[in-house]
Design a protein around this ligand. Structure first.
Ligand code: ATP
Ligand code: MG
Length: 364
């Protein structure tokens, strides 16, 4: 029996035996790991109470019938975590055919379930993105038409007051057209082309988008001087880095605050030139526990309809493929600062323009 128990403890799966009063008779190490209950605590307990199982209606019928059932179960662990398992259940009978106990093998599929859901969400987001892109496109055309007509009307109109109204109309339409044009550039997505680019254009463009869409309670301060070192990279990707960081900053300041976007030339300890982009907010900040996880894919502290947890993961991927590095500092209740360092084109460390980026771990 010892041999067998050792063997049963080797598997990651939770192997459980229960009797017909739902009382637990056997509980392997896999079950201890999955549910957090020690063997001594679990034996003798009612399994449905212990794991807060919601059994499928087919379950009892199947056990009474051919004595086998396979399906998904939702359970709760000792520390209150919800888990989903794929459960295979079989009734064990004695030689005379009387049911003796129920053998259970539960495989933890919580993570793949979450991934599946996230993937479905990401796919529908991509579809939505395309839809938004085509709406923006049509809207852009309509706006161009409106702008054209208003300008003609303004030229013809002699009454000063009417001209003022028309001018207001035109300014609004121009503003919207600009916004739409920038959205369209974003929706086109990234190509893998690395070229030499002037960061001030990219950063200023991103900030203009923010001015158009962020609430007025957030003050956006920018310091993007001329004369920043050119870098080799992809403009769409870089814009995404800045926007992702700024959107996170906005989310951290639901009651408003200051968002600063600053860029400057910088030299690292080994003497190589690099560009520093600093994005800081005066928002909620992060606890050290949250800080250690922010770059994990799918890690989010936001409600399911607000965050996918892919923002910083993407930021890190882009920065790494530009051979750059990221520094974060944050204080709960005070705010957060992200520093992005990117090698200057002339530093000898950056990418050759036109070359393909490989996700190098190289930081400097
Ligand atoms: N500026 C910030 N201030 C406070 N917390 C932040 C800040 N930026 C990131 N975080 C924390 O890091 C987590 C991960 O951020 P990330 O951008 O990867 O995902 P998300 O914003 O939750 O979702 P997504 O960006 O995919 O919509 C956030 O949920 C939040 O808890
Ligand atoms: Mg985010």
């Amino acid at each position: 029996m010892d041999f067998e128990t050792d063997l049963l403890n080797l598997t990651e799966d939770a192997l459980i035996i229960r009797d017909f009063d739902d009382c637990i008779r056997f509980w392997n190490k896999g079950a201890e790991r999955l549910y957090g209950w020690r063997e001594a605590e679990a034996i003798g307990r009612n399994i449905n109470d212990l794991l807060q199982e919601k059994l499928a209606p087919s379950f009892d019928g199947a056990l009474r019938g051919d004595g086998e059932w396979t399906g998904e179960l939702h359970q709760v662990t000792r520390d209150g975590r919800k888990v989903v398992v794929r459960s295979s259940v079989k009734v064990k009978r004695d030689k005379a055919g009387y049911p003796q106990c129920v053998l259970i093998c539960n495989t933890d599929i919580t993570q793949s379930k979450t991934l599946e859901r996230q993937l479905l969400r990401a796919q529908s987001m991509a579809t939505l993105g395309k839809l938004a892109g085509s709406v923006a496109h049509n809207l852009g055309n309509e706006l161009a038409l409106m702008l054209f007509s208003t300008r003609r009307l303004e030229e013809k109109e002699e009454d000063a007051e009417t001209r003022r109204w028309l001018e207001m109309f035109r300014t609004g339409a121009e503003h919207s057209a600009g916004l739409i044009a920038r959205l369209l550039t974003l929706a086109r997505g990234s190509d893998d082309d690395y070229t030499q680019l002037h960061p001030q254009h990219v950063i200023r463009e991103a900030c203009e988008i923010l001015h158009g869409v962020f609430p007025k309670s957030i003050e956006i301060r920018t310091s993007v001087p001329a004369g920043l070192s050119p870098i080799t990279g992809n403009a769409t990707d870089l814009r995404q880095v800045i926007l992702n960081l700024c959107v996170n900053a906005r989310d951290a300041m639901p009651d408003g605050g200051v968002l600063s976007v600053e860029a400057e030339n910088n030299r690292c300890a080994s003497g190589h030139d690099r560009l520093l982009i600093r994005i800081s907010d005066t928002g909620a900040g992060m606890s050290p526990e949250v800080m250690t996880r922010i770059f994990e894919p799918l890690f989010t502290t936001k409600a399911a309809d607000r965050g996918t947890g892919l923002g910083l993961f993407t930021v890190q991927r882009i920065v790494t493929s530009h051979r750059g590095s990221i520094e974060v500092s944050s204080e709960l209740g005070r705010g957060t600062q992200f520093k992005i360092y990117l090698p200057a084109s002339n530093s000898g460390l950056g990418l050759k323009s036109g070359g393909t980026a490989h996700a190098h771990e190289h930081t400097f």
